[in-house]
Design a protein around this ligand. Sequence first.
Ligand code: T46
Length: 181
Amino acid sequence: MKITRTRLDGVLLVEAPVYGDHRGFFTESYNQKQFIDAGIEMAFVQDNHSLSAEAGTLRGLHFQHPPKAQTKLVRVLTGAIYDVVVDLRKESATYGQWEGFILSESNKRQLLVPKGFAHGFCTLVHHTQVFYKVDEYYSSEHDSGILWNDPDLRITWPIDRPVLSEKDGQLPTLSEAQLYF
Ligand SMILES: Cc1cn([C@H]2C[C@H](O)[C@@H](COP(=O)(O)OP(=O)(O)O[C@H]3O[C@H](C)C(=O)[C@H](O)[C@H]3O)O2)c(=O)[nH]c1=O
């Protein structure tokens, strides 16, 4: 399994071996021992799966406040996404910085998003399904987020007018948000 560090401490790209043959492919998308051996030791407790019908659907930027903050291991089952993480850790040298990654059905790359990051994605094709493991259960009371087009973050999303939930369109900016990381 190939683990690639990124410029944001703790954010990792994970690539598992893919075994192709005339029928298609097989891959162990998650293997606890291999992940622990690679230093990815969190115990995932919940699997999430979303379908976004239209290209240009944007979900995020979301996080859960401590003590229900979540590490996420994100991958794409069908389609493709521009996946974005934002460092919300006040003491981090990269606080308020973001990075984007293309995860797709074809590249099979996975992204590990540590606690203390906001996470969101914009779909690049129709009928995109995203599957991700989290190490803390969903808590609506701790669910929060940052506005996708925060003028200070200036995230270069691939679309100007995305399909958004009403909730996501009303999220605070980073400067307005109450953060506890
Ligand atoms: C996240 C979540 C949601 N829900 C319920 C709450 C709502 O009734 C419904 C849709 O939730 P929401 O609109 O927050 O779904 P997304 O916009 O896809 O949110 C996700 O999008 C970004 C990309 C993330 O990183 C988060 O994991 C997650 O917040 O599912 C649950 O029952 N359990 C859950 O874990």
